[in-house]
Design a protein around this ligand. Sequence first.
Ligand code: PLP
Length: 418
Amino acid sequence: MNASSPSSKGDQDAFDVERIRGDFPLLARTVHGKPLIYLDSANTSQKPAAVIDSVDRFYRHTNANVARAVHALGEEATSAYEATRDKLARFINAPSRDEVIFTSGTTQAINLVAYSYALPRLQPGDTILVTQMEHHANIVPWQLVCERSGATLKVAPINEAGELIVDPFVELLTPDVKLAAVTHVSNVLGTINPISALSRECRKRGIPLLVDGSQAAPHLRIDVRALGCDFYALTGHKLFGPTGTGMLWAKREHLNAMPPFFGGGEMIREVKFEGTTFADIPHKFEAGTPNIAGFVGLGAALDYVNGIGLEKLAGHEQALLSHATESMSNVPGLRIIGEAVEKVPVISFLIEGAHAHDLATLLDHEGVAVRSGHHCAHPLMQFYGVAATLRASLAFYNTHEEIDAFLAALERVRKLLA
Ligand code: PLP
């Protein structure tokens, strides 16, 4: 789709992206004297005023610890904080709010499953199946529990376009596999993986499936019942909420069978020196004082996204993706890494003869924020035989004009480095 084509303009009119941008204060700033073009949302998203205000309001009017005090502030803080559990449960269509465990992010959520669910079940000869495109957060925790238990990792391959194909994945689902851990969407390639098909195959063989939803939640409607997985992890800061917030959803039977991961206040029923009994889920996994204001902010982020409508956001993003992909394909020497048919607006690329970090630094001086590096995905970089890529990752607050300005800036810096 071309920037000036009626369909892309029509998309912008219908979506009113300028009104949306007005909700994100940071997008109005300049960088190095140029208007900011923020293309690093897969790293962390910008926050709407509704989120910033809700955190501010919490500290100004409600601040108290949760679940500890009977006074008015304590009750108000608890209900504001717990409301986010209901919102998250609805957001992912979880069967029950009790199955939503608050975590500091995806990393903590995956570690919780690795140590509390997987480690007690792993023996020498067992395997954990991951894929070539995982973020380190969905590799390293499994390696650590493998080291402790004598189990090993197996890796499902991807094709050159960056797609995970169901058949080779299924061939690896042998009886030694005790858990499969797959990203819903690749943070480098933008690929959307066929989770329902993978989980059907895992279920047939009684293999639990963990899905890393970090990059899916900001773009796709998540329905854990339809996906059919066992565990789903996501992180709040990529979902327009505050940092230090996230979630593990898991089937009740797994959560009930898992021992606590962290011990401390709030996760107990009764503590005696002879032994301790634990609270029911979800609190069994939530020791200590949490990021209360952060979760209140995450609730505001979910309200904000729901208020616009995920389908509407996704439609605009897909138009941006087509526009950016087509324009970038016309840049001499530019190679896009990740050409899956099903993608979110995340575009990794290289420019012949120019180092990714140099390009990112020069683009920054043009006001354009893109990420350069390995994107916490060393094995994926090794698959493509590169040390680093540039990554332009978009959100619904980006515009077609920004894509054109990014391409113009890229052309200028490319010439400087030629
Ligand atoms: N998984 C994927 C696919 C990611 O992109 C990220 C963050 O970049 C993570 C996991 C880790 O998320 P967090 O650092 O918020 O725990």
